[in-house]
Design a protein around this ligand. Structure first.
Ligand SMILES: Nc1ncnc2c1ncn2[C@@H]1O[C@H](COP(=O)(O)OP(=O)(O)OP(=O)(O)O)[C@@H](O)[C@H]1O
Ligand SMILES: [Mg+2]
Length: 232
């Protein structure tokens, strides 16, 4: 299989962020391929570049050099508008800190990506997705009226409602207690199992990373040699 057959393929990606003295060379020649339907656990020390790598895969950061190919599309060929549309259709993103719109209800938050895509059944689908994550009784609550675990479930419902082929999640359980975190993880893996989604999961939790098909370990902006091995 060539690079185009992989759901995500990074080839020799370099990325620096910040200006002047604060400029940091974060990703250093990263090459990585993720198969369709595969779950990859991305681990590594704090500051090793995990979040930056995830954002680069999701098209939220552009590399200085190298290629990022998602679902056969070279992201460098897309302008900002085309990239935003591509993300909206293909990639679900779950941030550690939820990123919900505080002035919108749970239902409005989840319907938002569908409304932006001009879909007429946005609210019906958003309601069904909130029911699927166990929040059918919280449709009209605002984020501030929800617990952390409930907010994270709203964020997951919002990420998966467009049926993305790819889901990237940055420490989705980092702010949650063990039980709530466990149910969030069940939700993410159900998406992989039931809808064949590709999952890239950043985590500090080795037990969680071991649930994935494969672990990739970053160290100082590089994939650690020999660490990208099968876990199962
Ligand atoms: N916008 C930026 N400007 C300058 N440096 C940055 C910027 N964003 C991140 N960095 C630096 O890049 C490095 C990698 O950051 P990143 O957030 O990707 O690490 P991480 O592996 O996700 O860490 P953690 O486990 O703590 O979340 C860090 O040293 C960070 O300080
Ligand atoms: Mg991070």
């Amino acid at each position: 299989m060539g690079m185009q057959d992989k759901t995500i393929a990074l080839h020799d990606v370099d990325l620096s962020l910040g200006r002047g003295a604060a400029r940091v060379h974060i990703l250093k020649g990263i090459s990585l391929e993720v198969d369709r339907g595969e779950a990859v656990g991305l681990i590594g020390p704090s500051g090793s570049g995990k979040s930056t790598l995830l954002m680069t895969m999701a098209g939220l950061e552009r590399p200085d050099s190298g290629k990022v190919i998602v679902d056969g599309t070279d992201l460098s060929g897309l302008d900002e508008d085309a990239l935003a549309r591509f993300r909206g259709r293909r990639i679900g993103i779950v941030f550690q800190s939820f990123h919900l719109v505080p002035t919108m209800t749970a239902l409005e938050n989840v319907a938002l990506p569908l409304e932006l895509a001009g879909e007429s059944d946005a609210f019906e689908r958003a309601e069904a997705e909130l029911q699927a994550v166990g929040l059918g009784q919280r449709l009209h609550h605002y984020p501030a009226q929800l617990s952390g675990g409930e907010q994270q479930r709203v964020a997951i419902a919002r990420a998966i409602v467009p049926n993305p082929a790819i889901l990237v999640a940055d420490e989705p359980t980092g702010n949650l207690d063990e039980n709530t975190g466990g149910s969030i993880i069940d939700l993410l893996f159900a998406l992989k199992r039931d809808r064949g989604a590709t999952l890239v999961l950043v985590t500090h939790d080795l037990n969680l990373a071991r649930l994935c098909d494969r672990m990739v370990r970053l160290r100082s902006g590089q994939v650690e040699a020999g660490a990208a091995s099968a876990v199962a």
